[in-house]
Design a protein around this ligand. Structure first.
Ligand SMILES: Cc1cc2nc3c(=O)[nH]c(=O)nc-3n(C[C@H](O)[C@H](O)[C@H](O)COP(=O)(O)O)c2cc1C
Length: 188
């Protein structure tokens, strides 16, 4: 497949379809390194990773279920089960964290965009290596308590959870925007 064919056809694999094997340690380090090759205004490197393997993900899921109950006493058993399983779907989940330099002349949003590029680059790296990946957030990405569990500092934020594994199927293709609907020209 040419790089152009790859970019034309790339797509995420839903996390429920990401099975074993996950990347080996060497493969993972390669993917994570490729993920850091992103545009970065001011060379601030405003990003880092926190890995969640499936075993630790099971424990984290229990804590998520407890947390959900604290915040929503009406939470159904199905909702609690979903939390328990949130980080065991795929062999590995990579948390992409934005670590901004606060007060820097490079605006915060540019630092967050660079961190978003890390997430996107990691998707591409994983797909190029034959793995499947999906970028998810959900309430845990925005919950301060969950951020504390993952070791985030006050200024840090979660850009997304990148689920990684071997595709067990393709999942439905998403409708893609037509360029004609998204393109205009500056008319002077
Ligand atoms: C920042 C961000 C957060 C996302 N969070 C979720 C999510 O929590 N749940 C979900 O179903 N899709 C979420 N998505 C969408 C999926 O990652 C993705 O759009 C979908 O799997 C199709 O991906 P593809 O266009 O790469 O094929 C999110 C996307 C982004 C960019």
């Amino acid at each position: 497949m040419t790089p152009t064919d790859f970019l034309r056809s790339r797509r995420s694999v839903p996390s429920r379809l990401l099975g074993d094997p996950g990347p080996s340690t060497d493969q993972l380090h390669e993917l994570l390194q490729q993920g850091l090759r992103v545009p970065d205004h001011g060379r601030l490197a405003p990003w880092r990773y926190v890995l969640i393997d499936r075993e630790r993900g099971a424990g984290l899921g229990e804590r998520l279920a407890q947390r959900l109950l604290e915040t929503d006493l009406q939470a159904t058993e199905a909702a609690l089960d979903k939390e328990r399983g949130r980080f065991v779907r795929a062999p590995l989940t990579v948390t992409v964290v934005c670590t901004p330099t606060v007060g820097h002349k490079v605006p915060l949003c540019e630092q967050q965009l660079s961190a978003g590029c890390v997430a996107m680059m990691l998707l591409l790296s994983a797909e190029a290596a034959g793995f499947g990946a999906q970028w998810l957030t959900g309430w845990p990405a925005y919950d301060r308590e969950v951020m504390n569990w993952l070791g985030l500092g006050d200024e840090e934020s979660i850009v997304g959870f990148i689920y990684l594994g071997t595709p067990q199927g393709a999942g439905p293709e998403q409708a893609r925007a037509a360029l004609a609907d998204k393109l205009s020209y500056y008319a002077g």
